[in-house]
Design a protein around this ligand. Structure first.
Ligand code: DX5
Ligand code: ZN
Length: 222
């Protein structure tokens, strides 16, 4: 189903010992996408998983895979994640690379290209790339770990992205990632967010389907 507001559970918060069951459960709960956090222990102080696991997940589900690269060398690894089944590949503006050439490379390999920025990075850092990306991912926590507190500084960035998107009739979708819950979701949606990424809120909830509906703002079903 095509929805205005999409919810992307972040698998980082799932029980990896029961990966397939967790994915089935999230499918039943009508998640729109699966968010996969890739951490290299260098760009962020944590290590998660790599293309091998992305490929395994790809064989288990038809959900679109939203792959979030928190790695120092996205240029080197982008093709492997795309071969492994990424539908969208998002990298960070803070890494020292040539963002434009990476965006082009990702797209030329048949994948959507996303760009992300940390809470401390000014939104203007993305200005030169907004016309050519498919997604912008605003971090509302410092990347590296799930379960952190949402940072309000992301709201101004989301409003800016919505304004620029409308003024310039651009096509990117606006996503937010980190500390998202049913309390802060309504203001984020009102500010312009189209994709809510949530790990702890969904995987720790007793009724994941209901939590996903509530995140989307589907009050009548809640
Ligand atoms: C943080 C990751 C997030 C994280 C979200 O570095 O990019 O996707 O898994 O987890 P919660 O929703 O628990 O903040
Ligand atoms: Zn993420």
């Amino acid at each position: 189903m095509k929805r205005m507001i999409k919810v992307a559970p972040s698998l980082l918060a799932c029980d990896f010992a029961k990966l397939e069951e967790e994915i089935r459960d999230i499918e039943r709960a009508e998640a729109d996408l699966l968010h996969l956090d890739i951490m290299d222990g260098h760009y962020v102080p944590n290590i998660s998983f790599g293309p091998l696991i992305v490929k395994a997940i790809h064989t288990l589900t038809t959900l679109s895979l939203d792959v979030h690269l928190m790695i120092t060398n996205p240029d080197i690894y982008a093709p492997r994640f795309i071969e492994s089944g990424a539908d969208t590949l998002t990298f960070h503006i803070e890494v020292k690379n040539n963002p434009m050439s990476l965006i082009k490379k990702i797209k030329s390999l048949g994948c959507k290209a996303g760009i992300s920025l940390n809470p401390d990075t000014p939104i203007e850092a993305l200005d030169d790339f907004l016309h050519c990306v498919d997604a912008v991912l605003v971090m509302s926590v410092n990347p590296g770990f799930g379960g952190q507190q949402f940072m309000n500084s992301s709201l101004g960035k989301i409003k800016y992205l919505k304004r620029i998107k409308e003024e310039r009739t651009l096509k990117y979708t606006i996503a937010v990632d980190g500390g998202i819950n049913t309390e802060n979701a309504p203001e984020l949606i009102a500010s312009g967010v189209e994709t809510l990424i949530a790990g702890t809120t969904i995987f720790r909830s007793k009724n994941r389907a209901l939590t996903i509906q509530r995140l989307r703002g589907n009050k009548e079903k809640a």
